[in-house]
Design a protein around this ligand. Structure first.
Ligand code: SAM
Length: 280
């Protein structure tokens, strides 16, 4: 940290070592202490947890987590942040920094490398909003290596993640996430909690991957293909949207009307239909 950018004594922990935020990296740094404290409380780190933070930025969450938990692994893409982050972290605990793109990190291998309890890590992060869906799907690919996830995202995305069938915002993201995890929106965060302030509200969400036995999906790749096709043309009836993938009779045999649209079908309906297709 250069002396010229040293934060005033009463500044939030994220103010500090870098004057400019990079928009293309989704850099909206948290500074509201009450929000930071609420997130740390929601995560409630327990001794032995293998915490992994995505996008530590200037350390807004990292340092309070280190104060509480002593050790943490974080993945940060922005090279300009690496050295200052490492230096500032020393006063708080042991930071292991992975310098690179979170989408290139194999969470299952990381859990093994960290000797995480039960082979599973806990993921946290105020995510770069432009990458939130790819990060969520990447995490789903490694769901077995993850205990839970606490993420800050655009509120609109959290609404979609948690939406029930029948809702206008129910879609592929809702079905894919809810099939593999429980999704619990925790609280909303206003733009003023960040610097620079984003244009939209944000929200913190908790995701807990379901045990494989509870998920009951015979062929995950086929399930993903089905859900993608159903919502790819969401205004069409399933009979039409699923042409080439499922016959009307097969749709009906899963207890779903072939004249329904994707947004009217519950997650369990998609699971049943995918399993019927997998079994034929
Ligand atoms: N955690 C900090 C906070 O709350 O103030 C920063 C959050 S900011 C919304 C998102 C962070 O993710 C930034 O530090 C950004 O550089 C980082 N980031 C963006 N793309 C990334 C990627 N592909 N892999 C890892 N980190 C990334």
């Amino acid at each position: 940290m250069s002396a010229g950018h040293r934060p005033p004594a009463n500044a939030g922990p994220s103010q500090g070592f870098q004057p400019g935020a990079k928009k293309h990296l989704g850099q909206n740094f948290l500074h509201a202490r009450d929000v930071i404290e609420k997130i740390v409380q929601a995560i409630a780190p327990k001794p032995g947890d293998a915490l992994v933070e995505i996008g530590p930025g200037q350390g807004a969450l990292t340092f309070p987590l280190l104060d509480r938990h002593a050790a943490l692994t974080a993945i940060e893409f922005d090279r300009d942040l690496h050295a200052p982050l490492q230096a500032a972290a020393r006063a708080h605990g042991q930071l292991r920094l992975i310098e690179g793109d979170v989408l290139a990190v194999d969470f299952s291998a990381l859990a093994a490398e960290l000797h995480a309890p039960g082979g599973r890590i806990r993921l946290v992060g105020n995510l770069p909003y432009n990458l939130s869906s790819p990060i969520l799907f990447h995490a789903l690919d490694h769901a077995r290596a993850i205990v839970d996830m606490h993420f800050m995202l655009q509120k609109e995305v959290v609404d979609r993640m948690a939406a029930a069938h029948g809702s206008k915002v129910y879609g592929r993201l809702s079905v894919m996430l809810q099939a593999f995890a429980t999704v619990t929106p925790l609280f909303t965060v206003p733009p003023g909690a960040f610097r620079p302030a984003p244009k939209v509200d944000s929200a913190v969400v908790r995701l807990v991957p379901r045990p494989s036995a509870q998920i009951g999906i015979a062929d995950p790749a086929l399930f993903a293909q089905l859900v993608r096709a159903a919502f790819g043309q969401r205004r069409k009836t399933l009979r039409n949207a699923l042409k080439g993938l499922a016959e009307a009779a097969e749709i009906e045999s899963a207890g779903i009307s072939a004249n329904a649209r994707a947004e009217q079908v519950a997650v369990t309906g998609f699971v049943q239909l995918a399993n019927r297709l997998a079994a034929r």
